[in-house]
Each structure stands twice: as structure tokens, then as C-alpha cells.
Design a protein around this ligand. Sequence first.
Ligand SMILES: C=CC1=C(C)c2cc3[nH]c(cc4nc(cc5[nH]c(cc1n2)c(C)c5CCC(=O)O)C(CCC(=O)O)=C4C)c(C)c3C=C
Ligand SMILES: [Fe+2]
Ligand SMILES: [Fe+2]
Length: 365
Amino acid sequence: MKYQSQQGFTHKQADKVGVLITNLGTPEAPTKKALKPYLKQFLSDPRVVEVPKLIWWFILNGVILRFRPKRSAHAYSTVWTEEGSPLLVHTKNQFTGIEKRFADKWGDDVVVDFAMRYGQPSVDSAIDNLLNKGARKIVVLPLYPQYCASTTGSTFDAIAADFTQRRWLPELRFINQYHDHDPYITCIAQSIKAHWANHGRADKLLFSYHGIPKRYLLNGDPYHCQCYKTSRLIAQALGLQADEYMTVFQSRFGREEWLKPYTDETLKGLPAQGVKSVQVICPGFSSDCLETVEEIGEENREYFMESGGERYEYITSLNAEEGHLDMLFELLEQNMQGWKTGDALGTAKTYENRAELAKALGAEQ
Ligand SMILES: C=CC1=C(C)c2cc3[nH]c(cc4nc(cc5[nH]c(cc1n2)c(C)c5CCC(=O)O)C(CCC(=O)O)=C4C)c(C)c3C=C
Ligand SMILES: [Fe+2]
Ligand SMILES: [Fe+2]
């Protein structure tokens, strides 16, 4: 059969809302063997690398996939925990916390699952789960506060690709971004205040976001503008003056110019300008991951301290903190407004399910 249908459908089943939380994905293990398929899937996505297909095929397979898996495996091994990759561990905890909030308030009317754009659990398997549990309306929350075609756009592609294989499509709502959502800004501001209460302030607060090629911004991607707006709103919430904070971009990949100022170059240059202590937070990452724990927590600390810095503090991502989960739960509920749950399609007097319909129609099944 070309198009898949829900397993075990009956006319009496009550409509449910499905909530799908997604994140980027992470390798299965911190090994060269596990990194290769992960990087291949990730970096073959045309939303991530916008280079003509044939040229990129040669660069990816001939150069990057020969050398990068070993280097990245080493980096991942420094952040790997007993439960696995930090990104997966935090995303799972976020899922569990959000699922509990829905169970407490909505009972059986809402089903929740999570998926990774690359690797496992896949978007297709999570949509399968939600539909088979009776979800007829699905709200998707990619855990990226700022919209970027490479992340948010690509997640939409994965959902759309999955839908091309299904017969009875659910209603869909897709949360595009929440970069200026008040409760999100408040959550980040509160986590900075809590850090200040324990450690005091530093000379400068740095907001570090994952970069993208500058070309994507010039071609119309709103990511850069949304990052700056997030920083501005957090700074406002904290009452910071313009010279007390900075927005910077990390995790460059490849040779072309990415969004500037670069996090690493900035940190290397700040001590010479008299900035001896910094606090760095990454508001674009809803979970700690390789790019925050290793790159911001370790690598950039060394750059700053070796350049004459005296105090460097990384303020962790919101992860599965209660306030963060409350905020995400509220955002999801807002995006479910007007959706009815609990109604069934019919009482099915003539037939209970597809098999009985087939029998009634005298059709072979
Ligand atoms: C938060 C948003 C992200 C954007 C935007 C983004 C763009 C982007 N990333 C790459 C290349 C790599 N990113 C890698 C890891 C990684 N990237 C994000 C998020 C964004 N990426 C996260 C959360 C992570 C960490 C995943 C984890 O498992 O912890 C990697 C893999 C690691 C490595 O080998 O260095 C690569 C590669 C590009 C090209 C890109 C372009 C827009
Ligand atoms: Fe990335
Ligand atoms: Fe901008």
C-alpha cells in the first residue's frame, strides 16, 4: 500500500491532540563509527549546507567524512555521560516533564512524544506513535527559540516528507519560533539572576548563539535578527546598558564567512580591552550539548584565560528546569487553542472498524 493508515482505528475512538517535541539529534555513541552516519545525514541536508549538490557530494564524501568523524568523536567523548549524549539526555527529560504536565491537566486527551531531526528517535517513528494513539491534531515544537531555515525549516521538511507517505493527514500546527516570547525571555533572565546571586556579576555578559553562514542572512534568513532581538529583550529584562553585554556567534563550520562577531575571537580579544571577567550564556540552545559544554564550557574558557582573562563562567542552558518546562508547556497550550478533543467520528452502527467495513462490503482484506 502506498499510503500508510493508522493502526487499529475504530469509529468510537476519541480524537486526541498529539504534541511532538523535536531537537537536532546526536550520534549514538562518541565513536568514529557512530559519527560517520550522523554527520552524513546531518550534512547531506540541503537546508544545512546550501552548496550545489554534486560539488558538495565530493567535498562531503571525499574530505569531511574522512577526517571529521574522528575529531568529532573525540570532542563528544569529553562530554558523554553515563546516560548518553547530553543533548539526548536533556531532550528526554524535557519530554518526560512536558508529558507529565499534559497528563496532569489533560488526562488521555493529549499524547506526547519527542523526536530527533537526525538519528533516533526519528520524526517518522514519533508521528507514527502519535497517530496510532489516536492523535488527529498535532502541534510540533522544535526546540529552537530562533527560527533558522537550517534547523526549524529543516524540521518542517522532515514532517512534510513524512506526510507524503500518509493517507489521513492530521491537522498540523508548527511552532516556528519563540525568540521574543515573554516567558522564555523571563526564564533566561531569571537563570542569569540566579547565577549572579551565587557568583556575583562579571565585567561583561556574552550571549553566544550557534552561527550560520553570513550568506544565509543575506539571502533572507531571519535567524540573525531574532538572535539580536532575544539578546536585547533579555538585556532589557535585566536592566543592562549596551556596553554591559554582547551578542556573539559560535560553532563555525567550513571556510566561508559566518555571522560575526565570532565568539572565540571576541573572547581572545576582550582581556586586552580591559574585560577581565565574563559570563557566557547560550540562549539559542534549549539543552546543553556538545556545542555548549565543550565549545563554550571548555574550549572558549581556555582562549579567554590564555589571553589574560581572570574569570570565566558558563551559565548552563535551561535544560529540564521546572520553569523552562512550565514555559514550554504554556507555549504548547497556547498553540492548541480552539482544538476540541474527546469527540469520536461516529458510533459506527454498521461497522466497528475497517475490517468490519470490508466484511460488510464483501471485500477481500
Ligand atoms: C541552535 C541552532 C543550530 C544552528 C543554526 C546550526 C547550524 C549549523 N550547524 C552546522 C554544523 C554542525 N553542528 C553540529 C552540532 C550542533 N549544532 C546544533 C545546533 C545548530 N546548528 C547543536 C544543538 C549541535 C550539537 C549536537 C550534539 O550532539 O550535541 C555539528 C556536529 C558536531 C561537530 O562535528 O562539530 C556540526 C557538523 C552547520 C553546517 C550549520 C549551518 C547552518
Ligand atoms: Fe550546528
Ligand atoms: Fe539581522
